[in-house]
Design a protein around this ligand. Structure first.
Ligand SMILES: [Zn+2]
Length: 470
């Protein structure tokens, strides 16, 4: 029997701790210090105890590997009753029961024995087998390099779900049967993202799919190593990467990943995926290598744009605006930001031109034109240019200019009440929606005067409008 441990005893309010090692070496460390390694025998494992009077007893398990592979394990657990006598500074270690436990990944079957007798496989019998053993000690004995993280996940997550309070090895391992995707990912290069898959990719990890990991994810096989090297792998990254994989062929994908790996950061590939597909498909950026090198290297070294997703967005907008204006443009400009801003300025001018055309057309319609009226004291005037609405808002200090889009969409009509002797001076603004006068407002949103109101009422009556102002 080779049971080695250091008992660390913090005796009440003392300033130091006593350490007693099974090898017989005793020492003191400061209260806040960690015990660390035994200077004589080198054992690192410790058991912390608060206070003992004369004697301390506990149960522990000493494990031994009978056999283990990537496919499962067969181990022995020797149950030990340990007794430490403080005045004598002496350990007594008694072997009680010898149990064995085997587990096969293929069918998730557990087998148990105790002192040579086959035992029923219940949660409590399995817990008894692992009693007192910390997770790292168990992992050391049951796992290989390939399945260690999968087993750790079983214990930390599968063994304690929903309202369950305790982590239990037995149900952790057997539950793999319910989550085949966890096993597939846990034994693949993606194992470092197992927690991300469990937390974010819930539909995938709760499905019953049994297929190779790259098919599970819908990406080419070589992509798995790139994914495993990403820092995190939440759902949005996966969705965008998948979109990229669906659009480009394997060689193109390799090219993208290799250049990003060398010039930028593979974690940034998902960020550019959508826009890269867009410029390649819709805007004639068919030279993939040139495009990727431009957004990862050229603009970084020569133009100070360090983020490829900013660069690809600028390219997309540059192309989109120029194509809309039927202008030719440089695809990979020496100054991307400047070219983009010039295109944007031109585009904005054209946009207001376009708006004015619509505005003039809408205000020419009969239902709009017919609302004009020239009276003896007051008149109702119809705008025919966007500028007039903006000027009305400026002179009366209210927000009528924000109605321009609604006028174009024919959701409302704006009219000007003016003094017939000074028809160019803003006085009161009138809003009509359908057949209803909704707002009548003067400078700083003032209400109309008695005379103005009387005129509005008679005008509304002539034009078959209802008045519903509030
Ligand atoms: Zn020792």
């Amino acid at each position: 029997m080779d049971y080695r441990i250091q008992l660390v005893i913090s005796n009440g309010y003392a300033a130091d701790k006593d350490i007693y090692c099974t090898c017989g070496y005793n020492r003191k460390v400061k209260y806040r210090e960690e015990a660390g390694r035994c200077p004589k025998c080198g054992v690192t494992e410790t058991k912390k105890i608060n206070y003992i009077r004369t004697n301390y007893t506990y149960i522990d398990t000493l494990f031994k590997v009978i056999s283990k592979t990537d496919q499962g394990f067969h181990i022995e657990g020797e149950e030990l009753f340990i007794s430490f006598d403080l005045p004598e500074k002496k350990f007594t270690i008694e072997s009680k029961n010898v149990r064995t436990l085997s587990f096969k990944l293929k069918d998730k079957v557990i087998q148990l024995s105790k002192n040579g007798q086959i035992m029923s496989v219940s949660d409590s019998n399995i817990n008894q087998f692992f009693k007192g053993a910390p997770i790292e000690r168990v992992l050391d004995v049951i796992s290989t390099d390939r399945n260690k993280e999968l087993y750790r996940f079983c214990y930390n997550h599968l063994s304690c779900m929903g309202y369950e309070r305790n982590n239990m090895w037995g149900r952790g391992l057997t539950r793999l049967k319910t989550y085949p995707v966890i096993e597939t990912i846990g034994l693949s290069p993606l194992v470092n993202h197992l927690n991300d898959f469990w937390v974010f990719h819930t539909t995938l990890t709760r499905s019953k799919e049994t297929m190779p990991p790259h098919k599970l994810l819908g990406v080419p096989k070589f992509m798995l190593n790139y994914i495993s090297r990403m820092r995190t792998y939440p759902t949005y990254k996966h969705e965008r990467l998948k979109q990229l994989c669906q659009y480009f062929d394997g060689n193109s994908l390799k090219l993208i990943m290799e250049i990003f790996d060398e010039e930028s950061d593979i974690d940034k590939v998902p960020d550019i995926a959508e826009t890269l597909v867009e410029v390649h498909r819709d805007y004639g950026y068919s030279d993939l290598r040139r495009t990727i090198l431009y957004i990862t290297r050229e603009v970084k070294l020569e133009q100070g744009i360090v983020n490829p997703s900013e660069a690809i967005t600028l390219i997309r907008d540059l192309a989109r605006m120029n194509i809309a204006m039927e202008k030719s443009f440089t695809k990979y400009p020496k100054s991307l930001k400047k070219d983009h801003d010039v295109a944007l300025a031109n585009y904005k001018t054209r946009e207001s031109e376009f708006k004015q055309k619509e505005f003039a057309k809408v205000t020419e319609y009969e239902d709009y034109r017919d609302l004009s009226f020239i009276g003896k004291f007051f008149s109702i005037i119809r705008p025919s240019h966007v500028r007039e609405v903006i000027k009305e808002g400026e002179s009366l200090s209210h927000c009528v200019s924000s109605y321009i889009d609604d006028i174009i969409k024919r959701k409302c009509k704006i009219l000007f009440l003016r003094d017939s002797k000074q028809p160019d001076e803003s006085l009161v603004t009138v809003e009509v929606r359908g057949n209803v006068v909704r707002q009548v407002r003067g400078k700083f949103n003032r209400r109309p005067t008695t005379e103005e109101s009387a005129f509005i009422e008679s005008w509304a009556k002539k034009k078959n409008l209802e008045i519903q102002c509030h």
